[in-house]
Design a protein around this ligand. Structure first.
Ligand SMILES: O=C(O)CNC(=O)[C@H](CS)NC(=O)CCC(=O)C(=O)O
Length: 283
């Protein structure tokens, strides 16, 4: 773990189904965040490249990723994220984008280092196949396949666990990441308003408290609708929680960003004083 705190910025976006417009929105927010807060690591929300479109729109926006470790060129969003990393010499966590692999889509996170090299790739494990209290149905598995690998990335001295949105309801994944050495766990999201108002902050703070990790959750906000699909409303409230479960940064309404200093000394103190991992009996 490093001693110099890492400045982490979470970006909150209001994406629609138009991929080019979403990339321009991301560019504007990222440039503003870099100018104001000088982050070492910047993180985007879930499927910020295309939200609110139908199945065909999601396939059209998806990208075939270069072979892992190859450093070959990728698609438009992939190269956009890489260029941000290189130009500003920062780490970039790309939230998630649709990954086209054969006939299938995956909901996939990509992380770049300051040289523009991809250092980690994670496919969302838990898919959102549920009905919200207002009766709206979601069937993520109709569009996306499920990932199977637990993945961490190394960012400076920090080990960073990768998860996406609905994953946050499955604490065993977070415990696995803690056991894999995670200091910080990323949770890019497009949480629904209906579930978000009751569960979002409770779940994220619980994951921080029980893993004693920093948690960073950049989210989509707004109404996502292109006329071809049911309108979707997302909850926003992008936040960063410390390993004690305090929310130390939060984005206000609408698109924006928030920054926190990820201090590894804070992790060491919390874990030393309350060694819950050593006290575990059942799992
Ligand atoms: O559909 C896409 O293209 C992008 N993916 C999403 O927005 C996913 C699946 S619909 N959203 C969630 O997982 C919300 C979870 C949530 O809201 C909860 O757990 O309550």
């Amino acid at each position: 773990m490093q001693n110099d705190p890492l400045r982490l910025t979470v970006i909150q976006m209001a994406p629609g189904a138009d991929k080019s417009a979403n990339i321009e929105q991301a560019r504007g927010l990222i440039e503003a965040a870099i100018a104001q807060d000088r982050p070492h690591l910047i993180a985007l929300p879930e499927i910020w490249t295309c939200l609110g479109g139908n199945r065909a729109a999601k396939f059209a926006a998806a990208e075939i990723l270069p072979p892992e470790g190859s450093n070959e060129a990728g698609g438009v969003a992939y190269e956009f994220l890489r260029a941000i990393a290189r130009r500003h010499e920062i780490h970039v966590h790309g939230g998630s984008i649709g990954e086209l692999s054969g006939e299938k889509l995956f909901n996939t996170t990509i992380v770049f280092d300051p040289g523009g090299r991809e250092i980690a790739r994670y496919r969302k494990i838990h898919l959102f196949d549920i009905t919200t209290p207002d009766g709206q149905g979601y069937r993520e598995s109709a569009v996306y396949g499920a990932g199977e690998q637990v993945v961490t990335a190394q960012i400076g001295a920090l080990t960073v666990g990768l998860t996406i949105c609905y994953d946050m309801r499955f604490p065993e994944l977070y415990l696995s990441l803690r056991r894999a050495g995670a200091d910080l766990i990323m949770v890019p999201a497009a949480f629904t308003l209906q579930t978000g108002k009751d569960h979002w902050e409770v779940l994220l703070r619980a994951r921080a408290i029980e893993t004693q990790c920093w948690i960073a959750a950049p989210a989509c906000t707004g109404t996502h609708y292109d006329g071809s699909n049911e309108p979707r409303v997302t909850y926003g409230n992008s936040l960063i929680a410390d390993p004690w479960g305090h929310v130390v940064a939060r984005v206000s309404d609408g698109p924006g960003f928030a920054t926190a200093r990820i201090d590894a000394a804070r992790i060491a103190r919390v874990r030393r004083d309350m060694p819950v991992l050593d006290h575990r009996k059942l799992a």
